[in-house]
Design a protein around this ligand. Structure first.
Ligand SMILES: O=C(O)[C@H](O)[C@@H](O)[C@H](O)[C@H](O)CO
Ligand SMILES: [Mg+2]
Length: 393
C-alpha cells in the first residue's frame, strides 16, 4: 500500500462560526494505491492560501511512500530544512500525518486509540470555548456562561480583555475583573473557569491582571504573554501563583522541550494540527508527563481536528481537559462527521470507528468545497471571538 494522492480541500459556507479565525476548514484527503482514504485537518486562520499551497508542496515528499508515519515525518524533516521553523509546513505535515493514521486504522480495522495501546478513559472531559460571541458587558458574559453550564459543561474558557493589546490600564483591568466576577457568580464555585489572554500582554500588564483575577480562582491563565516572550514568562512566574497554560503555537517536539524545561508551563496545550500530527503529538504528551505537566489539547478549528484530538485525549494519562467548540461550530462542521462526537454532560464518548473514529460525509465535502481565498483583515482581529473586541464602560 502506497500513498497515491494527497488533496488539500477548503470548506466554507455562509454559516460562520463564533470565530472568524475558524470560519473555514482545511482538509487533507489522502488516497492509497489500494483505494483506502484518510482525512486530516490543517490550521486555517489568516493563512488559508499559504497553508493550501504548502500542502501541495509537502505532498511531493509523501507521494509514492509506504505508510510508515515516523519514517515519513523524518524524511520530510530531512528534505524541507525549515519544517520546524515554518508554521505552514508544520500544519501541512501534521494534516497529512493525521490522514495517514486514519488510513492505518482503516487498514487494521481499529480506531487510533487502539493503535496507541488502548483507551485510558471511555469519556473525554471537555471545556467550552466559543460560547461568548457578541458578549461585551458583564451581564452578557453571565447570561451566556449560565447557558453553557445548563448544557452540562463543567468548565468554560473566555477572553475578558476586549480591545487591549500589549498593555492594560486601570479601565481595562476593571472591565476584565467585572466580566470574570460576573461569570464566576453566574456559574457558581464548582464550574472551572479558564482565562484566555490570546498571548497578547507584556510582563507588567499580565502580572497586574493575575493579581486582579486570582480571587475568582481560574483553573489556568492561558498564554498570558506573547508566545515567544520567554523572559517575560520567567518574570510572570516569579510574581504570580496562578497556573499557566500554553502550547497552541508550538510546532515541534524540541520546541516544546524548551518551554517545559523553562518551568513556565503547568498545562500544555499542544495542537495536533500543527505540532506534527499524531506522530509528534504522542511524543509531546509523553514529554509533558515526564515534566509532570498536564495536557489540555488546543482544539479550535474543525471536526476532523476534534475527532483525532478525542482519540489522543482518550489514551493520555496526564490529560486535564480537552478544549471544545463543538456546540458553537456552525452546523456544517458537525455534519462533516455525521454529528458523531456530541458533548453530553461535559464529556464526549470516545468513538470506536476505525482511524479517527468517525465517518466523513464526502457528499457534504463536495458541496462545501471552495477555492482558497485571502481573508479580509478588519479592525477586530480574527483570533478573538466575534463581537468581543469592545469596551463597555
Ligand atoms: O485557545 C484557543 O482556542 C485559541 O487561542 C484560539 O484558537 C481562539 O480561542 C479561537 O480562535 C477563538 O477566537
Ligand atoms: Mg488560546
Amino acid at each position: 500500500m502506497r500513498i497515491q494522492e494527497i488533496t488539500p480541500i477548503v470548506l466554507s459556507s455562509k454559516e460562520k462560526g463564533s470565530a472568524t479565525w475558524a470560519s473555514l476548514m482545511i482538509l487533507v484527503k489522502v488516497t492509497t494505491s489500494n483505494g483506502l482514504v484518510g482525512y486530516g485537518e490543517a490550521v486555517p486562520t489568516l493563512r488559508v492560501k499559504p497553508v493550501f499551497s504548502s500542502i501541495q508542496q509537502v505532498s511531493k515528499g509523501f507521494i509514492g511512500k509506504d505508510i510508515s508515519v515516523e519514517r515519513n515525518y523524518h524524511e520530510w524533516y530531512k528534505q524541507d530544512f525549515y519544517l520546524t521553523r515554518s508554521f505552514e509546513s508544520a500544519t501541512a505535515t501534521s494534516a497529512i500525518d493525521i490522514a495517514l493514521w486514519d488510513i492505518l486504522g482503516k487498514e487494521l480495522g481499529a480506531p487510533i486509540h487502539k493503535l496507541l495501546g488502548g483507551k485510558f478513559r471511555d469519556y473525554v472531559p471537555v471545556y467550552a470555548n466559543g460560547w461568548y460571541k457578541g458578549c461585551v458587558t458583564p451581564e452578557d458574559f453571565a447570561r451566556e456562561a449560565k447557558a453553557v453550564v445548563n448544557k452540562g459543561y463543567k468548565g468554560l474558557k473566555f477572553d475578558p480583555f476586549g480591545p487591549y493589546f500589549d498593555w492594560i490600564d486601570q479601565r481595562g483591568l476593571m472591565e476584565a475583573e467585572e466580566r470574570v466576577k460576573a461569570v464566576r457568580e453566574a456559574v457558581g464555585d464548582e464550574v472551572e473557569i479558564m482565562i484566555e489572554h490570546h498571548g497578547r500582554f507584556n510582563a507588567n500588564s499580565s502580572i497586574e491582571i493575575a493579581k486582579r483575577l486570582e480571587k475568582y480562582r481560574p483553573l489556568f491563565m492561558e498564554e498570558p504573554l506573547h508566545h515567544e516572550d520567554l523572559e517575560g514568562y520567567r518574570r510572570y512566574r516569579a510574581n504570580t501563583s496562578l497556573k499557566v497554560a500554553l502550547g497552541e503555537r508550538l510546532i515541534s517536539l524540541k520546541e516544546t522541550l524548551v518551554y517545559l524545561r523553562e518551568g513556565i508551563v503547568d498545562v500544555l496545550q499542544p495542537d495536533l494540527t500543527n505540532v506534527g500530527g499524531v506522530t509528534i503529538g504522542k511524543k509531546v504528551v509523553s514529554l509533558a508527563e515526564a515534566f509532570d505537566v498536564e495536557i489540555a489539547f488546543h482544539n479550535a478549528f474543525g471536526s476532523i481536528q476534534n475527532a483525532v484530538s478525542i482519540q489522543l485525549a482518550s489514551v493520555v494519562p496526564n490529560l486535564l481537559l480537552l478544549e471544545n467548540f463543538y456546540d458553537w461550530f456552525p452546523s456544517w462542521k458537525r455534519d462533516v462527521v455525521f454529528n458523531e462526537t456530541p458533548v453530553e454532560g461535559g464529556r464526549v464518548k470516545v468513538p470506536d470507528k476505525p482511524g479517527i473514529g468517525v465517518g466523513v460525509n464526502e457528499r457534504l465535502i463536495e458541496e462545501l468545497k471552495v477555492d482558497p481565498i485571502a481573508l479580509d483583515v478588519v479592525e477586530e482581529p480574527v483570533w478573538v471571538v466575534n463581537g468581543t473586541w469592545r469596551r463597555f464602560s
